[in-house]
Ligand binder design. Structure first.
Ligand SMILES: Nc1nc2c(c(=O)[nH]1)N[C@H]1C(S)=C(S)[C@@H](COP(=O)(O)O)O[C@H]1N2
Ligand SMILES: [Mo]
Length: 314
């Protein structure tokens, strides 16, 4: 019998195993969740730095997108508007050491080393759906921790109603920042209850390893019920504030990209429908599927928006 080493396991086998394991863990997580307690599970990743990290709550039993597709087709305008070129260009970014500046309506502002943040916030794996505003989608096993756990350690004041995130600005390395396709630096934001929602993740890895640079290393946001542009990459600053922050995409095209950006098949983008999505994989796109409201996370998050007109607050 062929002994399986890390290098000769077929990726299809890993996927099948991943689906099986994640299903098992999903059941466990769901049971645990309904009991209101979180217990560590068994990670599905068999190889890589984060093999066997616990599976976190909300991880879903979904067919995972091939890693090479997720790493080879990215949106990272700091490097390029071309979804393949960022793979190469982003290699130039130095992601160690890395620190995050915390400012605003918070009792413990400061500059925090990522290594120290990670000591306080042990990582787990969660398989989430991810839906881009440009109507493609994928399923990714992220490695990270709940954003809310991290934010609470900075003791936000009672005035902290929103959180703003800023990406590194360094046009020498981030060559896309030399052109003005967007106003730099990239800025995103969440309402404080969205930021504290246990689905929202700070992500440092995927597929059992650290994030590739083009996917936002060393630290990015993942908000699975919102369009991909909310999930800001290479975060260097977090600001707590009382009023809604201006965001990069909203500033550049306010009629197209709102602050909320909740995935919603009923509210079309001004230039295209949002009712269907192309599934990333194979020869880039293999299949289409119907887009789900809140990207399928409505049971968890719809209550955050009760009473709001989601076609107005898009
Ligand atoms: N700093 C920064 N963050 C960003 C982007 C970007 O251009 N710059 N693109 C966004 C968009 S539009 C999407 S769809 C996702 C894509 O994540 P991925 O490239 O890891 O698939 O990242 C988001 N985060
Ligand atoms: Mo996107």
């Amino acid at each position: 019998m062929l002994i399986k080493t890390q290098s000769n396991i077929l990726s299809s086998e890993i996927t099948d195993k991943a689906v099986f394991e994640s299903r098992r863990e999903f059941i466990k997580a769901a049971t645990v969740l309904s009991a209101g307690i979180m217990l560590p599970g068994q990670g599905h990743a068999e190889t890589g730095k984060y093999a066997n990290v616990p599976v976190g709550p909300y991880s879903a039993k979904l067919q995972v997108t091939d890693r090479n597709d997720v790493a080879g087709y990215t949106n990272y305008y700091e490097f390029s508007t071309n979804k393949q070129d960022s793979t190469v260009l982003a290699k130039a970014l130095k992601t160690k050491p890395w620190s995050v500046e915390v400012v605003g309506e918070v009792e413990k502002p400061g500059v925090y080393n990522l290594e120290d943040i990670l000591k306080d916030n042990p990582v787990q794996e969660r398989i989430y759906r991810f839906r881009c505003v440009e109507a493609w989608s994928m399923v990714v096993p992220w490695i990270g921790f709940p954003l809310g756990d991290m934010l609470k350690r900075f003791n936000p004041t009672s005035k902290a109603k929103f959180v703003e995130f800023t990406t590194l600005y360094n046009p020498e390395v981030m060559v896309g920042q030399r052109s003005d396709v967007l106003g730099w630096p990239y800025v995103e934001g969440l309402r404080i209850d969205e930021a504290m929602h246990p689905l929202t993740m700070m992500v440092t890895g995927m597929y059992g390893d650290d994030l590739p640079n083009q996917n936002g290393a060393p630290l990015r946001l993942i908000v699975p019920w919102k369009y991909g542009f909310k999930s800001i990459k290479a975060i260097v600053k977090i600001r707590f504030l009382e009023t809604m922050p201006e965001t990069a995409w909203h500033r550049s095209a306010p009629n197209e990209y709102g602050f909320y950006a909740n995935v919603n098949p009923e509210v079309p983008h001004p230039r295209w429908s949002q009712s269907r999505e192309r599934v990333l994989g194979g020869s880039i796109f293999t299949a289409k599927r119907d887009t789900e409201k809140f990207n399928g996370y409505g049971a968890e998050v719809a209550a955050l928006y009760s009473g709001m007109d989601l076609s107005k607050y898009f």
